[in-house]
Design a protein around this ligand. Structure first.
Ligand SMILES: *Cc1c(COP(=O)(O)O)cnc(C)c1O
Length: 397
């Protein structure tokens, strides 16, 4: 047996952090890393954010868990606030993104079931999608590498090429219940679905009586400079899964729904032990306090521009390293001409953390509270990494 007693499912970097402060992670030797991985878009308000620490510790002194056998005031409040700031009328809280997606998929199937159309259970999804690692969500994501060896693929998912609306049209059949899409693909390589395509999906759903489901687990909660990424196209869904950023590092997720879409979710048909527990709700409400404060989202957009402009000039300077800069808000991708894993490792040597994504992209997902100085600092480190990876520089060595 090698390594520790843990499953060997993760290829971990040889780093272990002791504490975090804002956009910085500090290892056991006191070395500081600039964190543009953000726990994979989870640490939306940075590490050890005082407001979140306060909310969590205040709640921890009072009550941790009661289960959904009882009223949970923090849940009611967070649901009302999510509803007030979105298309939705109803919310179901979960502990993770995959569970939020499971809830959305089940809700869509039940919607048709109670309307007398039990044959409608299939969901159309897109190539490059990522929806989680449960049996249903690996089937929804459709990626062979995540499905292999886990038995028959859960039935009910039909995949079409990314952004191919004609293929969606052709895939719709008498058993189709819903269309599931990330408004901005995260793991797939930071690919935004054009507004025109989102409008066409809405039209197809309306025309065929299907539900439109968004996966905003990664792109939601201010990441794109809007509270929800779908606000960019203005095309509202019927159901939406969120997670990651809403907890700021505390595990939580939610499925949002219109009244109509949630019509099949009657008492007893779905449940969770931990979902919506008082600790998670205290943190979720504290995250919203910050993200919904005046000027916060505008600042995300402004900082995005600063980062994107800096990245664009690095791309101009090192065309043999950087092919393209893409993405929105602080959900940015650098498509590399060198292997993205090499770029990530070189950045790590520069004491900066990033995440890889599909399509040979390195993702930059800083906390939304990142400062202009920290962005300039990051750009310096990215430039240094690109310089090292650039062919003329490499040849000179
Ligand atoms: C991370 C992610 C998920 C899965 O979330 P988990 O909390 O890991 O279950 C689903 N969809 C998208 C778009 C994600 O980025």
């Amino acid at each position: 047996m090698s390594g520790s007693a843990l499953f060997e499912t993760f290829a971990r970097a040889p780093l272990s952090f002791e504490r975090g402060e804002g956009c910085w992670l500090i290892d056991e030797k006191g070395e500081r890393y600039l964190d543009f991985a953000g726990g994979i878009a989870v640490n939306s308000l940075g590490h050890s954010n005082p407001a979140l620490v306060q909310a969590l510790t205040d709640q921890a002194q009072k009550l941790w868990h009661v289960s959904n056998l009882y009223e949970i005031p923090g849940q009611t409040r967070l649901a009302e606030r999510l509803v007030a700031n979105s298309f939705a009328d109803r919310v179901f809280f979960t502990n993770s993104g995959a569970e939020a997606l499971e809830c959305a998929i089940k809700t869509a199937r039940r919607y048709h079931y109670v309307a007398g159309r039990p044959e409608r259970f299939r969901t159309i999804t897109f190539e490059g999608a990522f929806h989680g690692r449960t049996l249903a969500t690996i089937a929804a994501g459709g990626q062979a590498k995540y499905l292999e060896g886990f038995g028959p693929k859960v039935d009910g998912f039909d995949q079409v090429p990314f952004g191919d609306i004609e293929a969606v049209d052709r895939a719709i059949g008498p058993e189709t219940a819903a269309i599931l899409i990330e408004p901005v693909q995260g793991e797939g390589g930071i690919r935004e679905v054009p507004a025109q395509a989102m409008r066409r999906l809405r039209e197809l759903c309306d025309q065929h009586g299907l539900l439109l489901i968004y996966d905003e687990v990664q792109c939601g909660i201010g990441r794109t400079g809007k509270l929800f990424a779908y606000e960019r196209s203005g095309v509202a869904p019927d159901l939406m899964a969120i997670a990651k950023g809403i907890g700021g590092g505390f595990p939580m997720g939610a499925c949002l729904a219109t009244e109509e879409a949630a019509s099949g979710m009657t008492p007893g048909v779905h449940g969770t032990t931990f979902g919506g527990n008082p600790l998670a709700m205290a943190v979720g409400n504290a995250v919203l306090d910050v993200v919904l404060a005046d000027g916060f989202l505008e600042a995300v957009s402004r900082k995005s521009l600063l980062l994107k402009q800096g990245l664009a000039s690095i791309a101009d300077e090192f065309p043999d390293v950087v092919e393209e800069v893409r993405g929105v808000g602080l959900l940015l991708g650098v498509k590399c001409r060198v292997p993205n894993t090499r770029m990530m490792a070189t950045l790590r040597d520069e004491k900066m953390l990033s995440v890889t994504a599909g399509d040979n992209v390195v993702r930059l997902l800083p906390p939304l509270i990142v400062s202009d100085d920290e962005i300039r600092d990051a750009l310096g480190r990215i430039r240094a990494a690109a310089d090292q990876l650039s062919a003329p520089a490499a040849a000179a060595q």
